[in-house]
Design a protein around this ligand. Structure first.
Ligand code: T3D
Length: 267
């Protein structure tokens, strides 16, 4: 039985996934990435879970790929053939990034400390990103001769524009949470002591909202990034038509007219 490298907690409709290798700043091993994917699948399949909150144990969110993991660590034998680290991306990071981006519930990242490499881009791939004041983001890839992965080349230019994306990726400097928020890379910065409560409050709010509408909003925005204006308008009409037949719209509109609190249940 392997260790629990992802701690799982349930708080009402919120499923908390805590990256749990604090002694290595929650750097990802292959086993840990497998456990994270499994935890996301389980949350996706769990009806009462209406929001996922990802955070880190200890002083870091995640330092990215564990560079000592036998799947990627260079061999001490100079005659040994180098390992194909693309295998790690194909088998672990790509399925994980796709799973995150297509979760049937909103996903919040609470970045409690440093988020480097794939750890940074996993956080940035979440729907809302809150960070503690002392947290930081590092596109650490260029420091070790790699390029941003785990969605970094897609996410960064879309979030902050080409010039800043390239600056972050090429220089690999540490970006403070406040600067990340000012750039539009993340949603919000809060004092360290308030991060857990602030992130839980956001997650609980999302969990009480019409989940399907939230998830379709994410999907429509991601899709609209590659559409012209008119096709984006038409996409909105198609999706809005579908949402208009769903329980949550009928309930939301009726509750507004009845001046009562709506009870959303679609997922
Ligand atoms: O390779 C592939 O599979 C392809 C996929 C790549 C995806 C990637 O994520 S590539 C980028 C990998 N990550 C990094 O290069 C970041 C490496 N870490 C750091 O640069 C620094 O640790 C931090 C800036 C994140 C934090 O610095 P600091 O000074 O606060 O902490 P530290 O002392 O460096 O680290 C504390 C411990 O965590 C230390 O272990 P020790 O000496 O106490 O036993 C350190 O070795 C360990 N640690 C930190 N990051 C990693 C790590 N161990 C393994 N892998 C790490 N990525």
């Amino acid at each position: 039985m392997s260790e629990h490298l992802i701690q799982i907690e349930q708080h009402g409709g919120v499923r908390v996934l805590r990256l749990n290798r604090p002694e290595a700043l929650n750097a990802f091993t292959a086993v840990m990435l497998g456990q994270l994917r499994h935890a996301l699948e389980a949350a996706a399949d769990d009806g009462p879970t209406r929001c996922v909150l990802i955070t880190g144990a200890g002083r870091a969110f995640s330092a990215g790929q564990d560079l000592a993991d036998p799947h990627v660590a260079p061999s001490s034998d100079p005659a040994a053939a180098p390992k194909d680290i693309g295998h790690m991306l194909d088998h672990y990071y790509i399925p994980l990034a796709l799973r995150l981006r297509s979760m049937p519930v909103p996903v919040v990242a609470a970045v409690n400390g440093v988020a480097a490499g794939a750890g940074a881009n996993m956080a940035l791939g979440c729907d809302l990103v809150l960070a503690a004041e002392t947290a930081s983001f590092i596109q650490a890839f260029s420091r070790i001769g790699l390029l941003p992965d785990c969605g970094g080349t897609w996410l960064l230019p879309r979030l902050v524009g080409r010039a800043k994306a390239l600056e972050l990726a090429l220089l690999g400097d540490k970006l403070k949470a406040a600067d990340a928020a000012a750039l539009g890379l993340i949603s919000r910065v809060v004092p360290d002591a308030e991060l857990a409560d602030a992130a839980m409050a956001v997650a609980q709010k999302l969990a009480g909202m019409p989940t399907r509408a939230l998830v379709e909003t994410r999907r429509a925005m991601d899709e609209a990034l590659r559409l012209d204006f008119e096709p984006a308008l038409k996409q909105e009409a198609v999706l809005q038509s579908q949402l208009g037949f769903a329980h949550d719209y009928l309930e939301g509109a009726a509750a507004f007219l009845d001046k009562r609190k709506p009870e959303f249940k679609d997922r």
